[in-house]
Design a protein around this ligand. Structure first.
Ligand SMILES: CSCCC(=O)C(=O)COP(=O)(O)O
Ligand SMILES: [Zn+2]
Length: 223
């Protein structure tokens, strides 16, 4: 089965995705941004149809192995058409409870990877500025694709919900696609919960997450 592939999902791509997701997860658990079982991550495996590797649900995010991933479809549901391959690799079948939002973000933004953590500044900022967090004249804005001077950047905030369909619709309502030379904002705060950030690949998603959390810390400290 090692050479088999369904919808661009191969054993090699799954092994690589599992190892990368476990390593990133350990990094954020170490930062205290994924306490206990909190947080989840994904990489996009294929676009047509959409397939993601997402971390399995309910596991200690500081202890994930390369097998602790699930292949999901555009709804965040376990992708049955990959079952032969994923079974042969011993992969889990219960995806993150938040896989549906990862899938929506990947579909809407074209992201290659997404990271969700329960970082403190994001939760505090979402509580303080529920209509969105305005940022301006901060050097690190350059790291999320915006200008260090004279551009008002808003990190959108949506209310928490247990239904990923509702959260996905709310995300689409607040998301501003890149247009007229203005880049997207690659992050979303979910109030009383945490933050999602995404990028072309896991490394860029990590940069966007770490920079956004740092920007939110500065906003909280200076206003
Ligand atoms: C204990 S945190 C509650 C669930 C959550 O918000 C989270 O990020 C982890 O959920 P998962 O299903 O991905 O383990
Ligand atoms: Zn969460």
């Amino acid at each position: 089965m090692s050479g088999a592939s369904t919808h661009g999902v191969s054993a090699g791509s799954l092994r690589a995705a599992g190892a990368a997701l476990a390593a990133e997860s350990a990094r954020f658990a170490g930062l205290g941004w994924m306490p206990g079982t909190a947080g989840n991550l994904s990489v996009t495996l294929d676009r047509d149809p959409l397939r993601l590797a997402v971390t399995a649900s309910g596991l200690d995010k500081g202890e994930l192995t390369a097998s602790d991933i699930v292949v999901v479809d555009e709804h965040g549901d376990w992708a049955a058409d990959s079952s032969a391959l994923t079974s042969s690799l011993g992969l889990a079948r219960k995806p993150s409870a938040e896989a549906g939002l990862h899938a929506r973000i990947a579909a809407v933004t074209g992201a290659g990877a997404g990271i969700h953590v329960h970082a403190l500044a994001a939760v505090r900022a979402g509580h303080r500025w529920p209509e969105g967090v305005e940022l301006e004249d901060l050097e690190m804005l350059k790291g999320i694709g915006h200008s260090a001077h004279g551009e008002r950047v808003i990190i959108p905030v949506v209310q928490n919900h247990q239904d990923m369909g509702v959260l996905g619709d709310d995300f689409e309502r607040v998301y501003r696609r890149p247009a007229d030379g203005v880049a997207e904002v690659p992050a979303l705060i979910v109030a009383s919960h945490g933050i999602y950030a995404w990028g072309a690949d896991l490394r860029q998603a990590r940069w966007h997450l770490e920079l956004t959390e740092a920007l939110l810390q500065i906003a909280l400290a200076t206003r």
